[in-house]
Design a binder for this molecule. Structure first.
Ligand SMILES: [Zn+2]
Length: 756
């Protein structure tokens, strides 16, 4: 277990100048096979094998810490204090400042700036040795984004150059210069630094902060020459994404960063095959999915108007490319606002909720702190309590797979290539609105990345959602079409598939045959004062199930933008358009057209013959031609939420793996571990839900929970991890029902499973 080092031992090691490396007992490294969903867990799902766990140490650590030293820390800060704190946190991996802007070890590399306070000390080596005595993994942190005058004097070409041809001073500290990220400074100088750190200390990895271009595009001689040689263009002077040089530059920048990642990784591995380079932020998510053994989200806290689920969303984004491989969430203990109070301390409820959202969504916590000298210590016991809870319940947090049955498409290319159909329509707002609606509806869901639309990724979901996934390639459309033909259901909104992967508009939807409608050639909006008529079926006089809960009204508000479409097959007609009419003067506010036959919701049940899965209920497809998700994000209308919830329920056509009923807004996630399953309830109910920081924790009352166990299993033991209680449980077949009396921030229902 953890060993506490005395201060004297540190000084002795420091005096010796180097750190004993060979003495560490390496932990057994298990080569984990790709985890396959057991038949039990795959009620209609497939294998989750696309991204297996990488060999090596990466899946071992559950709790990370990061200490980022400041230049005057050496000789001032107390390493013993930090090591003792790491021990109390039960941290099993640390990221420690080593080099780059400032070297915290006695570097031999010319121009690698040793801390002016370093003297003969080696604070990096001291902390590293202490961590190793506690059997922790250690990743060295470098930051290559800025340099001093001496570097600029020796290598003026290493400095980033602005569009006006001037070398780029650091925006926050004018004594520094911004280094060019894509030239010899990173490819040669920092490569040497990484080799030296790995050689001297044999760390488990090297993690670089701000390793991509900083402060704007670089126009240095190297970037000019390299881009010209690679793409044949001069560097773009416009940010217009349609400009061929800009398009080529975007691709080149990504390729160059990928090359840099591979180069640094090869250097690290050439010294220590068990180590690797870990970038803070990949060039893009697809590349992370291809290269990374482990990744972290650097989304340290809320800022501005941000819902707390945004931390869980980052976890879902990363998992959409990383699959089963470990992901971590870097969180700070301070305020993360544009004013950059790096030494600040955040409220306890806010820190707890932010970390809980990450943990509930499968992320391992990584607390980061700047400065070895502390001014405000209020955060220390807060993080200790969070980590202690995590440590005690670790076996229920080692997730093997999410059991969510709804997937929301995560389209990076739509975000990059499709700015929206008009001013006021932002592609991302559709996704945020749908995300919020899923959270409010308490539906467990995952994100599905557009680069990984393979059957083994898709078929674990009963329902795929396209929230204005506008920019899709033909191949991506084909993958979605095939998913539907295999019995998968689809809910799509607005301009989904109306554009190709480069953002060019198609003649018709790429998925027109799946939606059963064609593009009518026009997108209306922004519309004022338009409504939706809720209609009964002409033959039966009954309303469709998607209108459940609207019995007391003939109409609800419409959205703001709508795509004109032409139906190609027969559809029911539960929701029709009431066109815009004047909203002023008040005397003129009456509908000019009371009712139309223009459908604003297209519901389609695919015949089972289309389905290859004979046991499947068959696919249901719902296409909503207006911006219900974007408008919901904008105005948060309860009728839009209800309609979305009903459409999701109709399309999914099966009960969710966990159904949680009770007051409040709760993010529900459901997981499988090796011998157990968990249902996480994160209580978002708070007047500061959409704009932090939380003032207080406001517990939410009793939640009635209905959980469907994986096939072939039964519950051996049911616990509430936070309450520390064993609730009364009713069991009927595979369905377990219980009541969670209260949730303050985060409760976990943990069910030990055994074969039936
Ligand atoms: Zn450059």
């Amino acid at each position: 277990m953890a060993i506490h080092l005395s201060r004297r031992e540190f000084f002795e090691m420091t005096a010796a100048g180097t750190v004993a490396i060979g003495s560490r007992q390496p932990r057994p490294v298990s080569l984990l096979d790709a985890w396959r969903l057991s038949p039990a867990a795959s009620a209609g799902g497939g294998a989750f094998t696309a991204q297996s766990v990488a060999a090596g140490w990466y899946d071992q650590p559950m709790r990370w810490v990061q200490l980022t030293l400041v230049e005057n820390d050496p000789g001032t800060f107390d390493p013993d204090f930090w090591l003792d704190y790491f021990r109390r946190l039960h941290a099993d991996a640390a990221t420690l400042s080593a080099g780059g802007i400032v070297a915290y070890y006695p570097t031999e590399i010319p121009l690698h700036h040793r801390s002016a306070w370093l003297g003969n000390s080696d604070p990096f080596g001291t902390l590293l040795a202490g961590c190793r005595r506690m059997n922790m993994r250690v990743v060295a942190r470098t930051d290559p984004h800025a340099v001093r005058d001496d570097v600029r004097a020796a290598h003026p070409d290493w400095i980033s150059v602005a569009a006006d041809g001037q070398p780029r001073r650091h925006w926050a500290n004018p004594e520094l210069w911004v280094a060019c990220a894509l030239g010899p400074y990173n490819f040669e100088f920092m490569d040497q630094v990484h080799r030296e750190i790995e050689t001297k200390y044999r760390v488990d990895g090297i993690f670089s902060n701000r390793w991509a271009p900083q402060g704007g595009d670089c126009y240095c001689v190297h970037c000019q020459q390299n881009f010209k040689a690679a793409a044949g263009f001069d560097l773009p002077r416009t940010t217009d994404r349609r400009d061929p040089a800009r398009r080529a530059f975007t691709a080149w920048r990504k390729a160059r960063l990928t090359e840099l990642w591979k180069k640094w990784d090869a250097t690290v591995r050439s010294v220590n095959p068990d180590a690797s380079f870990i970038p803070n932020g990949p060039p893009d998510m697809k590349t992370a999915g291809e290269l990374a053994a482990i990744q972290f989200t650097d989304n340290q806290a809320r800022r501005g108007v941000t819902p707390p689920w945004n931390n869980g969303r980052r976890a879902k984004e990363l998992r959409s490319v990383m699959g089963r491989r470990p992901i971590g969430g870097i969180f700070s203990v301070g305020l993360e606002e544009p004013y950059r109070w790096k030494d600040s301390v955040q409220s306890e409820p806010e820190i707890r909720l932010w970390v809980a959202e990450g943990t509930a969504n499968g992320m391992r916590p990584w607390v980061t702190k700047f400065s070895g000298v502390l001014y405000d210590r209020r955060w220390l016991p807060v993080v200790e309590r969070i980590y202690d809870w995590h440590y005690r319940h670790e076996r229920y947090l080692r997730n093997e797979a999410p059991l969510a049955r709804v997937g929301l498409l995560y389209s990076e290319q739509t975000q990059a290539e499709h700015p929206g159909v008009a001013q006021g329509d932002r592609a991302e707002d559709h996704v945020l609105g749908f995300y919020h609606a899923l959270v409010e509806s308490r539906i467990p869901f995952e994100l599905v990345h557009e680069a990984y639309l393979t059957p083994d990724r898709l078929d674990r979901f009963k329902l795929l959602v396209l929230a204005d996934a506008a920019a899709l390639s033909d191949a991506q459309c084909a993958a979605i079409r095939d998913y539907v033909s295999r019995g998968g259901s689809l809910v799509a909104t607005f301009a989904s598939s109306l554009y190709d992967e480069t953002g060019r508009r198609r003649e018709d939807f790429g998925l027109a045959d799946v939606f059963g409608v064609s593009f009518g050639g026009r997108i209306d909006g922004p519309m004022q004062n338009s409504y939706l008529s809720l209609d009964a079926d002409a033959a039966t006089g009954k309303r469709h199930p998607v209108l459940e809960g609207f019995d007391d009204t003939p109409r609800i508000i419409n959205g703001v933008f709508r795509v004109e479409v032409k139906p190609k097959v027969d559809f029911p007609s539960p929701v029709t358009l009431i066109p815009t009419y004047p909203d002023l003067p008040m005397e003129d506010v009456y509908p000019r057209v009371a009712h139309t036959t223009t459908r604003e919701l297209y519901l389609r049940e695919m015949r089972p013959a289309l389905s290859e899965r004979s046991e499947s209920k068959g696919a249901r497809v719902a296409y909503i031609p207006w911006d219900i998700d974007r408008t919901f994000w904008d105005v948060m209308g309860v009728d839009h939420l209800r309609l979305l919830r009903n459409v999701i329920a109709w399309a999914a056509n099966e009960p969710a793996p966990a159904i949680v009923e009770g007051p409040g807004i709760i993010d529900v996630t459901v997981w499988r571990q090796k011998d157990s399953m968990t249902v996480h309830l994160v209580n978002l109910t708070n007047p500061m839900m959409m704009k932090g920081p939380l003032r207080e924790v406001i517990p939410v009352g009793a939640q009635r929970v209905r959980i469907t166990l994986p096939e072939g299993t039964r519950a051996r033991k049911v616990q509430l991890l936070t309450a520390g209680a064993s609730p009364a449980v009713q069991t009927a077949g595979r369905v377990v029902t219980l009541t969670v009396p209260s949730v303050d921030v985060h409760e976990v229902i943990a069910i030990d499973l055994q074969g039936a």
